[in-house]
Design a protein. Structure first.
Length: 114
């Protein structure tokens, strides 16, 4: 059975600073099953494609929601029904440290994070 990510693990993803490669490795350790995360170098576009498939598991859905609040959201390429999410990171940035964080959106009525 898969372990649901803890609040501390999700916060570690949310507050992550480092390279895109390091962030993906951190997420891969939390993802279940781990092989639902694929990394492919695309020479013709000079990018690294990262594909996450949630498989409908709520733990992975929580992780992808958190991941979209990190700098990786700048590299979002597509999301499809069935839980596939793809990001394309420029190859030149794959190993470059980034420290960009985005605030969580808040409900306009109750002001809680959504």
């Amino acid at each position: 059975m898969f372990d649901t990510p803890t609040d501390d693990e999700l916060e570690q993803v949310r507050q992550f600073t480092g390279t895109p490669e390091q962030l993906i490795e951190l997420v891969r350790e939390l993802w279940s099953p781990e092989d639902f995360v694929t990394i492919t170098k695309i020479p013709e576009s000079k990018a690294v494609a990262v594909r996450f498939v949630t498989g409908g598991w709520s733990g992975n859905e929580e992780i992808i929601g958190t991941l979209k609040r990190t700098f990786l959201r700048m590299f979002w390429r597509s999301s499809t029904s069935g839980g596939a999410h793809e990001f394309h990171v420029p190859a030149a940035m794959w190993e470059a440290p980034l420290d960009i964080r985005f605030p969580a959106p808040k409900c306009p009525h109750c002001h809680r994070e959504i």
